[in-house]
Design a protein around this ligand. Structure first.
Ligand SMILES: *Cc1c(COP(=O)(O)O)cnc(C)c1O
Length: 359
């Protein structure tokens, strides 16, 4: 029996995608092979990768002057790869600190350049996004880095920062494809696939073409965006099976009506949970209302001694991975695109019953 899986990542995938992958496991489209067994240079796999990229371009309306790269190493590797690819001729970058993932990006970037933390939400325990007019951007920054959805803190940008001529670089690992975005407002968008796209092992990078000439000479070839773009992301062997599953997820999203349609569902799903939390005095979410994440909903039981009983009961009712990140404690429900609304309803019903019993 399948559970409702609220994991922050690797995370739930659409059941129809898993079923299709299972049906195609031994023989993909009459090739007599599993996708895992294919040469990445063969026509079958090239067709899979090309279709995945084409569908992603439609889903996000990616302009033609942007390159789409399917790399490896995850978002944490990109934290180093980004400065290496953008710092030629510069020695500083601006970072906005909205929580745990921003902090990780900042720490890594400091190995490569002077980091100016242009704004930080640390004063209020990372429960909000600092308003654009409070940012103190440097005068010589190679780029401005933001994490547009803080997976651990549950804080999400509901607006797109304007950084003028300085390229905006966004870690969108945990909310890419959950909402419409204007790609043209970003220099670089990146993310690990295992939250909202597919299996771990695949890293997505969307980069404006004119930024491909800014890499430091020390940049490893496998992580050199321009070299990878010239090689169609096949300078090294890409994560072939992960790309295939991502492609199936893109097809599923298109069949759902695309990103605008899934965004409407995500608004409704997250509202179910936040509305319940807000009327309850038994549970609490600390994030400022305007900045709450639609993907990751952290909450605490006011009486933390009930945490274990809450998690145990949830598991018995078919809901798993609700324990909050160790950095913040409490609970966290990650409700990515593939989480059906029934999963959120089941959770709210369980929370209601638990509150009645223990409140
Ligand atoms: C999960 C996550 C990461 C880390 O990704 P890895 O694939 O482990 O490198 C980075 N940033 C954000 C916002 C995340 O949610």
């Amino acid at each position: 029996m399948r559970v409702f899986n609220f994991s922050a990542g690797p995370a739930v995938l659409p059941e129809s995608v898993l079923r299709q992958a299972a049906a195609e496991m031994l023989d993909w489209h009459g090739s007599g092979m599993s996708v895992m067994e294919m040469s990445h240079r063969g026509k079958e796999f090239i067709s899979i990768a090309d279709k995945a990229e084409a569908d992603l371009r439609v889903l996000l309306a990616i302009p033609a002057n942007y390159k789409v790269l399917f790399l490896q190493g995850g978002a944490i590797a990109e934290n180093a790869i980004i400065p290496m690819n953008l710092l030629a001729g510069r020695s500083a970058a601006d970072y906005i600190n909205t929580g745990e993932w921003s902090k990780k990006s900042i720490k890594e970037a400091k190995k490569y350049c002077a980091v100016n933390v242009a704004a930080s939400a640390e004063d209020k325990d990372f429960t909000y996004v600092p308003a654009r007019d409070t940012w103190k951007l440097g005068s010589d920054a190679a780029y401005v880095h933001v994490c547009t959805n803080e997976t651990i803190g549950g804080v999400e940008y509901q607006w797109t920062p304007d950084t003028g001529d300085v390229p905006l670089v966004a870690d969108m690992s945990s909310h890419i494809l959950s909402r419409e975005i204007d790609v043209a407002k970003y220099g670089v968008i990146y993310g690990g696939a295992q939250k909202n796209i597919g299996p771990a092992g695949l890293t997505l990078v969307i980069v404006r073409g004119e930024l491909l000439d800014r890499a430091l000479p020390i940049t490893p070839s496998a992580f050199h965006w321009k070299e990878q773009a010239a090689a169609d992301s096949m300078l090294n062997t890409p994560a072939t099976y992960a790309i295939y599953i991502a492609g199936l997820v893109f097809e599923w999203l298109l069949a759902q009506g695309g990103v605008a349609a899934i965004e409407r569902k995500n608004i409704a799903k997250s509202a179910l949970l936040y509305d319940y939390l807000d009327q309850s005095s038994f549970y609490a979410n600390p994030v400022r209302k305007e900045d709450r994440s639609r993907m990751n909903v952290p909450f605490k039981l006011r009486n933390a001694t009930l945490d274990e009983a809450f998690l145990k009961g949830a598991k018995e009712a078919g809901m798993v991975q609700l324990k909050g990140h160790r950095a913040v404690g409490g609970m966290r429900a990650s409700i990515y695109n593939a989480m059906p609304v029934e999963g959120v309803r089941t959770l709210v019903e369980y929370m209601t019953a638990f509150e009645r019993r223990h409140g």
